[in-house]
Ligand binder design. Structure first.
Ligand SMILES: Cc1cc2nc3c(=O)[nH]c(=O)nc-3n(C[C@H](O)[C@H](O)[C@@H](O)COP(=O)(O)OP(=O)(O)OC[C@H]3O[C@@H](n4cnc5c(N)ncnc54)[C@H](O)[C@@H]3O)c2cc1C
Length: 367
């Protein structure tokens, strides 16, 4: 099904007895394949409002991300949270949509400076499981007053409703960028250096480590970038400097996790306390399980490629320091999303019952 507008979508949901699988561009939905009819959002497309002066963009949820980026680039603006293109990593084709970005809270390297997608998301409109149109701010559906709907929908993976419209705060593209490149470092030294850079006053907008190369980015006015890059170089110990397009290319690779793309094995995405960034790889090492790792967010985001097994080791080692999501790989019996503690599971179930009482949307996707 491919509704042409919000009204058609709402009617279809109102009359539905069987579940739907919501699809934007299908570029990187994760989770167990849910049962149901595919509900495509591509008909709900188009930028509705763009006010460069107010740094605000409102678009229908099925609008291709590329279209939004082109519109913004025309005014030298962008989405600050740098949504990645994970098609290579996850082996998908298709065109990512803005609704999919919001629904999966897709956030790239600049999260260390500008926050996640949810922090730029300033408004949502969606159809809930009863077929009601719910809007953030203004008129809201009864029984949902008091929830921060924007925060609820960001990262809900289409399990609470079908987004029809999203509003984002955007930012100006800065005049310059530069990246300090530290080569040949071990993980421990590299991650310590990233933390040092992030703890400095030089407003770092990227801090990643993959393939023996540590990267630290600064952006802004040309003079300020040159000054801050110089200061960071002194702090980190004579790292090389990449500027402009060369710097941007390095971050595109970090953003899209190209270091681990096109390779077989289970792929995990871990969100951890940065000071504990080595705990899970060390636990895998200790049990002799082969793996490769790439870090972003100063160690807070860890991508792990594990060719064989290892799920119990990953989940046990991440306990208490973060959570692990299986973004690719079919490991029988291993939940894709991190198992929720009992109290959280009860809250989740309550929200689902309220927003999607007939369990119509992406049923079973998040457990
Ligand atoms: C756990 C996880 C972590 C990720 N981490 C990052 C990250 O760190 N950084 C990053 O930038 N990207 C990340 N992504 C990728 C992100 O999913 C893509 O950036 C986004 O563009 C997908 O767009 P799409 O239209 O192809 O969505 P799809 O692949 O079609 O859908 C993605 C999910 O959103 C739901 N969905 C899609 N459209 C709607 C809608 N209109 N209403 C309700 N639900 C909808 C789908 O059912 C599905 O669950 C991550 C994805 C996942 C699942």
């Amino acid at each position: 099904m491919r509704p042409a507008d919000e009204m058609e979508l709402a009617e279809a949901v109102r009359g539905a007895a069987a579940p739907f699988v919501i699809r934007g561009g299908g570029t990187r939905g994760i989770g167990r394949p849910a049962p149901g009819e595919v509900l495509e959002t591509g008909g709900l497309s188009g930028v509705e409002l763009y006010e460069p002066g107010a740094l605000t963009l409102v678009a229908r949820a099925g609008t291709p991300l590329a279209e939004v980026q082109a519109v913004l680039a025309g005014e030298r603006q962008r989405l600050s949270f740098e949504p990645p293109d994970l098609r290579g990593l996850l082996g998908r084709t298709g065109e990512a949509t803005l609704g999919g970005v919001a629904a999966s809270n897709a956030s790239g390297p600049r999260r260390v400076q500008s926050g996640a997608a949810r922090d730029s998301l300033i408004g949502v409109r969606f159809v809930d499981g009863t077929g009601a149109v719910v809007k953030n701010g203004g008129r809201v559906m009864k029984n949902v007053t008091g929830y921060d709907l924007v925060k609820l929908m960001a990262g809900s993976h289409g399990t609470l409703g079908v987004l029809t419209e999203v509003a984002f705060r955007v930012q100006a593209i800065p005049e310059a960028e530069a990246t300090l490149v530290g080569e040949g470092l071990g993980a421990e030294a590299a991650l310590a250096a990233l933390r040092r850079a992030l703890g400095s006053p030089f407003d770092v907008s990227g801090a990643a480590f993959a393939g023996g190369r540590a990267l630290v980015r600064v952006e802004g006015m040309a003079g300020s970038v040159a000054y801050r890059a110089g200061q960071l170089r002194a702090l980190l110990g004579g790292w090389a400097i990449a500027e402009g397009a060369a710097s941007a290319a390095l971050w595109q690779a970090v953003r899209d996790v190209t270091a681990l793309a096109g390779r077989p094995g289970a792929l995990w995405r871990l969100s951890v306390v940065p000071t504990e960034a080595l705990r899970v790889p060390r636990a895998l090492e200790a049990t002799g399980i082969a793996h490769e790792a790439a870090w972003d967010w100063g160690g807070g985001l860890l991508w792990l490629l594990v060719p064989e097994g290892g799920a119990e080791v990953v989940r046990a080692a991440v306990k208490g320091i973060g959570h692990a999501t299986l973004v690719r790989g079919d490991l029988p019996g291993v939940p894709v999303f991190p198992p929720e503690p009992q109290e959280v599971a009860a809250l989740t179930a309550g929200l689902r019952a309220k927003f999607d009482p007939k369990a119509l949307f992406n049923r079973g996707l998040m457990g």
